[in-house]
Design a protein around this ligand. Structure first.
Ligand SMILES: O=C(O)CCC(=O)C(=O)O
Length: 326
């Protein structure tokens, strides 16, 4: 499981774009529904989920050495620590765009609650989850794989996405969304994710300071630019699969946004394409995986030296895996 927080440009809604998957767009498979409660027990994997051999990732991918950026002293205002953290961030962005942050100031209990509420949502019967069904063309709501949109190379996953806005007077935005879509029982769910997104927003603005410093523009430069940003929060749920060597949780893709902050559970599977090979990123409960996205690269010419690379998720075993990002 992972919790994914994707930061977009201010006032521009994020669209998570999976180029390879879009290429296969067809609307003739609408009748097939990915019901995780059924498919998790099925050893006969439907053809739509079987990936061609040459696109299957290496299950023994070597680990990617991602810098571990300890934010504790930077967050307490130590200027030398800020310089060191920005140096590490800059180095990571020049190599592959991925780094880990620890001592990030996000409350551990809040992260645990976010994971627990995510589990409780995905364990609901399909008909309940479908109350928040994401419609074609929308970026928010519940999606069970991409059935109905694509007919091959489907991901073995369910997602729940919702928007967060840092604008003033929006402090109940997420709570209201869940109240409207899922009913009163989801009030606490909405409050937990409102808090979680606010914590991710605060963290992302601090990371923007480090990115500004590492590029030699002022510390406030990106912080101010992204101050009233819109983001998408995405909960990714990878149900157990009886033939994990045939399927992929998430196919290869780039993040078309500015910044992604990801929290993974303890089941590995995240891989990044670096120097012509897939490399894994080991999960750690204490850390967020941060990567810069394409629009960040496009903001100024100076940033174009930063690269964002294809990422890929693979379910390497038959354990449920969840992730979330904003
Ligand atoms: O779940 C993960 O670990 C990564 C998911 C991801 O890359 C995405 O949702 O864009």
């Amino acid at each position: 499981m992972a919790i994914d927080c994707i930061k977009t440009m201010p006032s521009i809604a994020a669209r998570h774009h999976h180029p390879k998957e879009q290429d296969q767009c067809k609307d003739d498979s609408k009748s097939f529904v990915f019901d995780a409660q059924v498919l998790r027990h099925q050893s006969n994997i439907p053809q739509q989920f079987i990936w061609p051999d040459h696109e299957k990732p290496n299950t023994n991918a070597p680990e990617l050495q991602v810098p571990l950026v300890d934010l504790r002293d930077f967050l307490s205002g130590n200027p030398a620590a800020a310089m060191e953290a920005s140096r590490l961030v800059g180095e990571a962005c020049q190599k592959h765009g991925f780094f880990l942050v620890v001592n990030h100031g996000v409350d551990e209990t809040l992260i645990t609650h976010a994971h627990n509420y995510m589990d409780s949502f995905f364990e609901l019967p399909l008909s309940e989850k479908q109350k928040a069904q994401r419609k074609i063309g929308e970026s928010c709501g519940y999606a069970s794989s991409f059935t109905g949109r694509f007919s091959s190379k489907l991901p073995w996953k369910e997602t729940l996405s919702f928007s967060y806005t840092a604008e003033k007077n929006s402090s109940k935005h997420i709570e209201e969304y869940f109240h409207n879509r899922m009913g009163e029982d989801f009030a606490e769910f909405g409050r937990v994710y409102q808090d979680y997104c606010e914590a991710m927003n605060a963290l992302s603005l601090r990371i923007m300071e480090l990115l500004g410093m590492s590029l030699g523009v002022s510390r406030e430069h990106f912080r101010e630019f992204f101050n009233e940003n819109d983001s998408i929060m995405r909960l990714n749920y990878y149900p157990p699969c009886q033939k994990p060597d045939l399927t992929l949780g998430t196919g290869p893709h780039c993040d078309p946004t500015s910044l992604t902050i990801l929290h993974q559970d303890q089941v590995g599977g995240l891989q990044v394409f670096v120097d012509n090979e897939w490399r894994s990123i080991r999960p750690s409960f204490d850390a967020f995986v941060v990567n810069i996205g394409d629009t960040f690269m496009a903001n100024t010419e100076k940033i174009s030296r930063f690269l964002s690379l294809s990422e890929e998720r693979q379910d390497g075993n038959s354990t449920t895996r969840v992730s979330g990002h904003k």
